[in-house]
Write a protein that binds this ligand. Structure first.
Ligand code: DGL
Length: 280
């Protein structure tokens, strides 16, 4: 593999965020809310999605390629805004960048939170096949809560359903019910939404779950972790007050009108996507 081309970073540098597609925009939106002065450089690898169906080897290679791009563009942090990539590629991304920039994955903060809070409880996780097969949540939660019972369910249909705009309707209600009523998700104390698409159906999931079940999504926690990591290195851009609105850039490896349309659902407003295929 070629050596990494690092650009020097400072507080003005952008925060790099990547996902398999546009679902990671839920994390980008949380980062933008938490750190309104920061510039974001987002990369959605739409040419290779769904990551949830790919092998760990393929995911590591995609994640490393995107990391090289973000770092060569001068990003001061790399946020892996995808559970499937976080599950199998965090270690290789960290190895690739060394100590030059912090790497924030979407799994550690939620696992830490749930492990500390539900040490002897039963924690459910819904995620893609890649994330479930990695058993990463059970391992990470087990570090903080060896006595917790962690049960995981792959729910790939939820991803496709959300991408097609089916939520807050009878179809999404039926699909959510058919997954969450499975025996291994019964009587859980907490349910981790282990996919960056799922914050969009959080309220529907909450309505379906028992009242005592806490529904946990990672977007806000990732934003907090990112702020913390940059703060420690003195790399925060400071308060938005008095500053021009930060310019964000949003790239995808394959651009179609439907991705552009869907940005509104995930980011809260329609974004201008630019095509940049790192594998062309
Ligand atoms: N972003 C992926 C995740 O969080 C879900 C979509 C996909 O499978 O590519 O796991």
């Amino acid at each position: 593999m070629d050596s990494l081309n690092f650009s020097p970073v400072n507080a003005q540098s952008p925060i790099g965020i990547f996902d398999s597609g546009i679902g990671g925009l839920t994390v980008a939106a949380a980062v933008a809310r938490k750190l309104p002065a920061e510039r974001i450089l987002y990369y959605g690898d739409t040419a290779h999605l769904p990551y949830g169906e790919k092998s760990p080897t393929a995911l590591r290679s995609y994640a490393e390629g995107i990391t090289d791009f973000l770092v060569s563009e001068g990003c001061k942090a790399v946020v892996i805004a995808c559970n499937s990539a976080s599950a199998v590629a965090t270690a290789s991304v960290k190895k690739r960048v060394g100590k030059s920039v912090p790497v924030i994955d979407v799994i550690s903060p939620t696992a830490h939170y749930a492990g500390l809070k539900y040490g002897r409880g039963k924690i459910g996780v819904i995620a893609t096949k890649a994330t479930v097969n990695s058993r990463i949540y059970a391992r990470r939660i087990g570090k903080y809560a060896p006595d917790a019972k962690v049960t995981m369910l792959a729910t790939p249909l939820l991803v496709a359903m959300i991408e097609e705009g089916f939520f807050n309707n009878n179809i999404s209600k039926a699909v959510i019910a058919s997954y969450l009523d499975r025996a291994n998700l019964r009587d859980i104390d907490a349910l981790i939404l282990g996919c960056t698409h799922f914050p969009l159906i959080k309220s529907e999931i909450r309505m379906h779950c028992a009242q005592r079940t806490e529904v946990i999504d990672s977007a806000e926690m990732i934003a907090d972790r990112t702020a913390e990591a940059l703060g420690k290195r003195g790399l925060l851009r400071g308060n938005a007050a008095g500053k021009a609105k930060p310019e964000h850039r949003f790239y995808v490896s394959d651009l179609t009108p439907s991705f552009s349309e869907s940005t509104k659902i995930f980011f809260g407003k329609k974004l201008k996507l630019q095509q940049r295929n790192l594998w062309a």
